[in-house]
Design a protein around this ligand. Structure first.
Ligand code: 6PG
Length: 252
């Protein structure tokens, strides 16, 4: 089922695909992940994937874990990392790693690059950065090319990964991963920074639900304000950002 094109967003490099339903959204994005993984495998390259956190992606990962879909990916060729993580143990219900392992990773032989949340947040971010630098053969300096695909979510306030509106992390040009406070009273987080995400081959932002409508509209059609809308900040860096949404998030 082909996604329905929408009015082009006001920021270049930002695209919107609206699928006919929430389940069609997860199925279509799962197919896209499978296709990208197959392309990398066909080229004899590992498929490097940054996983989104929160709750929405659970259904996407479950779709990829379905036996028919799972069998279509050479998981031994996949390296999965995290766009961000809460600084809690991997057994904690808040953990993005726990959510990804429960819904997908525990059932496939992918290599997992985890955020070492057993360390204090600052050290966890530094250690995670070292593992990413090793993965992408960039021991020093800025990232040239990172993930084949970075999956992201969108918060109701417009944040993505753990890059919150007006946060200092949005202007960090050097670190690849940073420890950041969550705006609510939640645990500290470790987040990839804009340079690392923008260096991905492609970014897919998974957005579902009416509560995301304002954030989606502001990100795609609002005035250009990259400090307020992190997706605009990513696109302004030349990243190919596609928002994959269901009708309720798109306001249809
Ligand atoms: C996190 C995510 C965060 C998430 C959005 C949407 O760790 O919370 O990385 O950026 O994607 O907040 O979360 P939901 O999918 O739960 O709405």
């Amino acid at each position: 089922m082909r996604p329905k094109a929408m009015t082009p967003p006001s920021t270049p490099n930002l695209a919107l695909r609206v699928l006919p339903s929430e389940s069609a959204l997860f199925d279509a994005l799962a197919e896209h992940v499978i296709a990208l993984a197959a392309r990398a495998h066909g080229e004899g390259q590992p498929f490097t994937l940054a996983l989104a956190g929160g709750s929405t992606p659970r259904a996407l990962y479950a779709a990829l874990a379905r036996p028919e879909q799972r069998a279509r990916v050479a998981w031994q060729n996949v390296v999965a990392a995290f766009g961000d993580e809460r600084c809690v143990p991997p057994s904690d219900p808040e953990s993005n790693e726990r959510m990804a392992r429960e819904s997908l990773l525990d059932g496939v032989p992918a290599r997992v690059l985890r955020v070492p949340t057993e360390l204090p947040p600052g050290e966890a971010a530094q250690r995670y950065e070292l593992s990413l630098r090793a993965l992408f053969h960039a021991p020093i300096g800025p990232p040239r090319r990172t993930f084949d695909l970075a999956l992201l979510g969108l918060g109701a306030d417009g944040h993505t990964a753990s890059l919150f509106p007006h946060a200092a992390a949005l202007v960090d040009e050097h670190a690849w991963a940073v420890a950041v406070p969550a705006p609510a009273a939640g645990p500290m987080r470790v987040s990839l920074t804009l340079p690392v995400l923008a260096a991905a081959g492609e970014l897919a932002v998974l957005v579902s639900g009416a509560e995301k409508r304002v954030a989606l509209h502001g990100s795609l059609y609002g005035p250009f304000d990259p400090a307020r809308w992190p997706l605009q900040a990513l696109a302004a860096r030349g990243a190919r950002v596609t928002v994959w949404a269901d009708p309720s998030a798109a306001g249809m």
